[in-house]
Design a protein around this ligand. Structure first.
Ligand code: AP5
Ligand code: MG
Ligand code: ZN
Length: 214
């Protein structure tokens, strides 16, 4: 199963991608998580990416395209993968298509999680993220068992730097301008499916599994 998660910042891409990855036993590849890990380790890539991320802007295509293409060539991706946060621009989608053609494969579904802007800001201020394993929680909708501690790896949970309200509004603006055209792009390729992202987390997973099948 080769999948892409589409949706606005805070739509629940990461939350659903992790669950779908576990159900289908495929790797979850989040470009946001890759950048955050690099920022934490203070790598060159991390330092460059942070400049853009803190402002709510997209990291330039050339910094992200090769990372994903290399990741998809790794052994654990040979039976499938779920991409979360990539592609995010039309040029990224085109470069992904090229990479997949060279691997003689293609995307099965692009899953669009649809959530109105009004719901997004409320969600983000309550989000807590694990820097160690990338797991995501919400203080009301999906709380960890122990406050500020990750259920899966006992890492510390933080409020992301880019989850401040003004940065979230900027990210939403960028999403509408640069990323939402991908909905049409995948519709034209007949791979788009849209799920209602305002339902509760488990119901959304159920809807996705119904679409994907066993
Ligand atoms: P990235 O990390 O991908 O952030 P994003 O797309 O803005 O999306 P989020 O991770 O904020 O939201 P999500 O949809 O994963 O939602 P989540 O499941 O956490 O990217 C960050 C930055 O990196 C970008 O701004 C950019 O600068 C850069 N970047 C990354 N990839 C790039 C690329 N390809 N090109 C260029 N730049 C790139 O859920 C959100 C919250 O809601 C959580 O608290 C969760 O618990 C809660 N929640 C989830 N589902 C529900 C539900 N159904 N009901 C109630 N609450 C819910
Ligand atoms: Mg995410
Ligand atoms: Zn963790």
């Amino acid at each position: 199963m080769r999948l892409i998660m589409l949706g606005a910042p805070g739509a629940g891409k990461g939350t659903q991608a992790k669950k779908i990855a576990a159900i289908y036993n495929i790797p979850h590849i989040s470009t946001g998580d890759i950048f955050r890990a690099n920022i934490k380790d203070k790598t060159d890539l991390g330092l460059k990416a942070k400049e853009y991320m803190d402002k709510g802007l997209l990291v330039p295509d050339e910094l992200v395209v090769d990372i994903v293409a290399d990741r998809l060539k790794q052994e654990d991706c040979k039976d499938g993968f779920i991409l979360d946060g990539f592609p995010r621009t039309i040029p990224q989608a085109e470069s992904l298509d090229k990479a997949l053609i060279s691997m003689d494969t293609k995307i099965n579904y692009a899953i669009n999680i649809d959530v109105p802007d009004e719901n997004i800001v409320r969600r983000m201020s309550g989000r807590r993220a694990c820097l160690k394993c990338g797991a995501t929680y919400h203080i009301n909708y999906n709380p960890p068992q122990v406050k500020d501690i990750c259920d899966s790896c006992t890492g510390e949970l933080i409020l992301r730097d880019d989850d401040k309200e003004e940065t979230v509004l900027k990210r939403l603006d960028i999403y509408h301008k640069q990323t939402s055209p991908l909905i049409n792009y995948y519709e034209e390729k007949n791979t788009l499916v849209t799920v209602d992202g305002t339902k509760n987390i488990d119901d959304i997973t159920k809807s996705i599994v119904e679409i994907l099948g066993a």
